[in-house]
Design a protein around this ligand. Structure first.
Ligand SMILES: [Zn+2]
Ligand SMILES: [Zn+2]
Length: 256
């Protein structure tokens, strides 16, 4: 059987301290992430903290300059790996706008977009109700059928993809019932990669099979919150193979 290795990882979180306060939820420093990525033989590493709208661990846009300064320092020290500063922006609004506004997107080297609880956006009350219903769906084993909820989540994700054209949509289907075929269609149209998250269970095997019917590319993201998890892709690859999808369709896998 072929063996595969990961060539880059664009989904990692770091610990940020601003004005003496810890503002993100990961434990790794950027340097630890970079060192771990080099150890794993990656050619490129991306730091993608949560978008600014997340109430508990959103990245204040004022700290992007600090991140870039640290990136530049590390890039001088470690010339054998490319270091990028991205963001995992939050999908929440019916309008399709992320919590990083269109005019702010260019500050980042790349944009990931995903759905999370903890973001309230343009209609806070509606968002709180949506999260609550999704949370019940997720915590009761994803069995509940709720077509209205599913279409509401799907519409938000599709709008966000069409309007913002992120590089990738993170863990689609996680935390909320979602029509993966509709999301895959939007990804096909915009060239957006669909993430197979190595930490969360989405894309699931079942949803990978549905997404693979469309002309889309996949990317595996470690979603590492600790240095040792950077560059981990084995769980994602396992699901991909189980779904019968060709690993050649994953942009960051290479045959060994
Ligand atoms: Zn996420
Ligand atoms: Zn993440």
């Amino acid at each position: 059987m072929d063996k595969w290795r990961m060539t880059f990882d664009l989904h990692t979180h770091t610990c940020l301290v601003r004005n003496g306060k810890v503002i993100t939820h990961a434990v790794s420093t950027m340097e630890e992430v970079v060192l771990s990525a080099r150890e794993k033989g990656l050619k490129k590493i991306g730091i993608s903290n949560h978008g600014p709208g997340h109430v508990t661990y959103g990245l204040p846009l004022e700290s992007v300059a600090d991140l870039k300064k640290e990136r530049d320092r590390l890039q001088t020290l470690y010339g054998d790996i490319e270091i990028l500063i991205g963001v995992e922006a939050n999908i929440i609004n019916r309008s399709g706008l992320l919590d990083v506004r269109p005019e702010e997107l260019a500050q980042f080297d790349y944009i990931l977009a995903g759905y999370h609880y903890g973001i309230f956006g343009e209609q806070p009350v509606g968002a709180a109700v949506l999260h609550g219903r999704n949370w019940i769906w997720e915590t009761t084993g994803r069995r509940m059928r709720n077509p209205g909820l599913r279409s509401d989540n799907t519409q938000r994700m599709v709008e966000a993809i069409m309007k913002n054209r992120p590089l990738a949509v993170t863990h689609p289907g996680d935390k909320a019932p979602t029509d993966i075929e509709a999301v895959a269609r939007a990804c096909e149209e915009t060239g957006t990669w669909m993430e197979i998250n190595n930490f969360h269970k989405d894309l699931t095997v079942e949803n990978l099979k549905l997404a693979a019917k469309f002309d889309v590319k996949f990317v595996i993201g470690s979603d590492a919150h600790k240095p040792e998890r950077v560059g981990c892709f084995e769980e994602g690859l396992k699901r991909l193979l189980e779904a019968g999808v060709d690993p050649e369709r994953v942009v960051n896998l290479e045959r060994m």
